[in-house]
Design a protein around this ligand. Structure first.
Ligand code: NAD
Length: 250
């Protein structure tokens, strides 16, 4: 406990499965958590649970594809919680179709959320981290970027891009004391995974196939992720940057 005491952390997609679990864990570790999500109700529910447990949290509506929305949210976090120490780029979205059945409009939306959205967040938060000579950025990619995943070609390309972007930023900002690392979830039991299973047509069969392919023998739960994200966000990882860690059951 207390590994983020007094730190200000932003979690995008904080109203979702992995983002909600991460926000709660960060708050238990003493962080003031800004829970950003395009779904304000979901963000508010997460922030309310944190406050009920005695933590500090601020819920904000933020669409990461819209630079004005990002700038407004980042400014409000700075004004209400203080300078940002930790950024977790976790918001994401997917469509589950063989590539030849996807349409360019879907590519645009996938790229806007999974890649450009993260760029907006970095661009908005980095200047103050540079000025303060420190910060921790954790980007949530996917094992789809590492090993591929049928029905997720464009999503995987975005997440692969996010990995390359993170490694490059890690180099650019090492001299400012800013670390940039990546966590890659495998199949994890959230709304996004439920949509994936539906899109694939036979949810039970798909889940069983995934389960059999995972060495540790089960689908991940949202609470499986925050430990790795916390590691990169904390001073335990002060000498770790540009790294990619899969949290996927093997
Ligand atoms: P989730 O659907 O529970 O949460 C995603 C959250 O992102 C939602 O609350 C949603 O409202 C928010 N969001 C989407 N678009 C947004 C936007 N434009 N602006 C702001 N918020 C937006 O899904 P999750 O599984 O918790 O996903 C978290 C991250 O983990 C994502 O980046 C996802 O790609 C990644 N991931 C998930 C899995 C999995 O199996 N669940 C596997 C690999 C990677």
């Amino acid at each position: 406990m207390g590994r983020l005491r007094g730190k200000v952390a932003i979690v995008t997609g904080g109203g979702g499965g992995i983002g909600g679990a991460t926000s709660a864990r960060f708050a238990r570790e003493g962080a003031k958590v800004a829970v950003l999500d395009r779904n304000l109700q979901a963000a508010e529910a997460v922030a309310a649970r944190i406050r009920e447990a005695g933590g500090e949290a601020l819920a904000l509506a933020c669409d990461i594809t819209d630079r004005k929305s990002v700038d407004a949210a980042v400014a409000e976090v700075g004004a209400k919680l203080g300078p940002i120490d930790v950024l977790v780029n976790n918001a994401g979205w997917d469509v589950f179709l063989p590539f030849t059945k996807t349409q360019p409009e879907q590519w645009d939306k996938l790229i806007a959320i999974n890649l450009v959205g993260a760029l907006h967040m970095h661009h908005a938060v980095l200047p103050s981290m540079v000025e303060r000579r420190g910060g921790r950025i954790v980007n949530i990619a996917s094992d789809a970027a590492r090993v591929g995943s049928s029905g997720e070609a464009v999503y995987a390309a975005c997440k692969g891009g996010l990995v390359a972007f993170s490694k490059t930023l890690a180099r650019e900002h090492s001299r400012h004391g800013i670390t940039v690392n990546v966590v890659c979830p495998g199949p994890t039991d959230t709304a996004l995974f439920a949509d994936y299973k539906q899109g694939a047509g036979n949810p039970e069969k798909l889940e069983e196939a995934f389960r059999r392919s995972i060495p540790l023998g089960r689908i991940g739960q949202p609470d499986d992720l925050p430990g790795a994200i916390l590691f990169f966000a904390s001073d335990d990882a002060a000498f770790v940057t540009g790294q990619v860690l899969s949290v996927s059951g093997g």
